[in-house]
Design a binder for this molecule. Structure first.
Ligand code: SF4
Length: 348
């Protein structure tokens, strides 16, 4: 068992590394092509699945390399068919991922970190703190796990689970590229959405990527004092700086970022708060998503009533801002936005 832990995950090898490993095992080169196909196109998670390889060759590979796929610790299924998974990596650290089925679609909501260091007041993950960041492989593995469990192709991925993706920028970009790779899952760049709470250097670097990945900003409030209270981790990236970075992003990419606003009763649904949100958004290229906060046990923050979301939608629309009211999926299994934290079922 100890030996397995020290073996390299075959999926972390480059194509050239795999070719040389196959050559070292005195196998013909077409075997390397077959292995690469299993890894990139068929997303194999074990050597046993590679059925067109001779058994003896599979054994040789298994003696040298591992498949460090995450282990499912728990799964919960919502009334709306959303499925939440607690997945454990080989070092014992776990994350949550969520599969959200739709008509002919399957969205994966994945974690970029185990826990999160941003301490957002409305978020169960933020209150639990950061364990460690995920590798790109671990992010892709969450998507593969969901695809296997639903036995369906994942059509879009949102990086909105646990963690701040731009606090783990390089690995997040590697994962985006792997998911977008035409040799693999082929998920279109526009169907890959990264959500940040407003880390400005990350927004600037994201704008420079050649791919058309989608950007979402957790805005939540356009009044500095309220935003500081809700999202203390991004206090230094003030609203004027965020506004400027977003305009630069739009200019550089021509793409429309999404602003996410979780409506919280008495906090960001007051008249001055709504006015500040309208002022921030008016005249800029953006799409605003309004959701009711998903509260969690022990939280002092509660969702705004629906009529408040409708009022803000009306006010934004009157100012020319595209706005949608979205329902948060999987609320009955704590899989909705802001509810993810590393928790075994029944272990509240
Ligand atoms: S909302 Fe996102 S960034 Fe904020 S604490 Fe939760 S996981 Fe971290």
């Amino acid at each position: 068992m100890e030996q397995t832990n020290q073996m390299r995950d075959i999926r972390s090898l480059s194509d050239d590394d795999i070719r040389s490993a196959v050559a070292q095992l005195d196998q013909p080169m077409f075997r390397a092509t077959q292995v690469l196909e299993w890894l990139h196109k068929k997303n194999a998670s074990s050597f046993d699945e590679m059925t067109n390889l001779p058994k003896s060759f599979r054994t040789q590979l298994a003696e040298r390399f591992s498949f460090a796929v995450p282990r499912q610790i728990a799964q919960q299924i919502s009334r709306d068919r959303t499925r939440k998974y607690l997945l454990e990596f080989s070092d014992g650290v776990s994350v949550e991922a969520v599969g959200i089925p739709g008509r002919g679609k399957l969205t994966a909501c994945i974690s970029t970190q185990a826990g999160c260091g941003m301490r957002c007041a409305f978020c169960a993950t933020g209150l639990a703190g950061l364990a460690r960041s995920c590798t790109a492989r671990e992010m892709v593995d969450q998507v593969l796990h969901i695809a296997r469990d639903f036995n369906e192709r994942v059509t879009s991925v949102v990086f909105m689970g646990q963690g701040e993706p731009f606090a783990n920028f390089d690995e997040t970009v590697r994962a985006l590229r792997t998911l977008n790779d035409p040799r693999g899952l082929k998920i279109g760049a526009r169907h890959l959405t990264v959500s940040t709470c407003g880390i400005i250097p990350g927004i600037r670097a994201f704008a420079k990527l050649p791919e058309q990945f989608t950007l979402a900003i957790s805005l939540h409030s356009a009044s500095q004092q309220t935003r500081n209270q809700l999202m203390p981790g991004v206090k230094k990236y003030t609203l004027p700086r965020l506004y400027e970075a977003l305009q630069e992003y739009v200019e550089a990419t021509g793409r429309r970022p999404t602003y996410e606003i979780a409506m919280i009763e008495g906090i960001n649904d007051t008249n001055p708060e709504m006015r500040a949100i309208c002022d921030f958004c008016e005249g800029t290229l953006c799409h605003v998503n309004l959701i009711q906060l998903s509260d969690f046990p022990d939280s002092e923050l509660h969702p705004s009533p629906l009529f408040k979301l409708e009022e803000l939608q009306k006010r934004l629309t009157a100012r020319g801002v595209q706005t949608t009211i979205r329902c948060s999926r999987g609320a009955d299994i704590d899989a909705a936005c802001g509810q993810l934290k590393q928790r075994r079922p029944n272990a509240r």
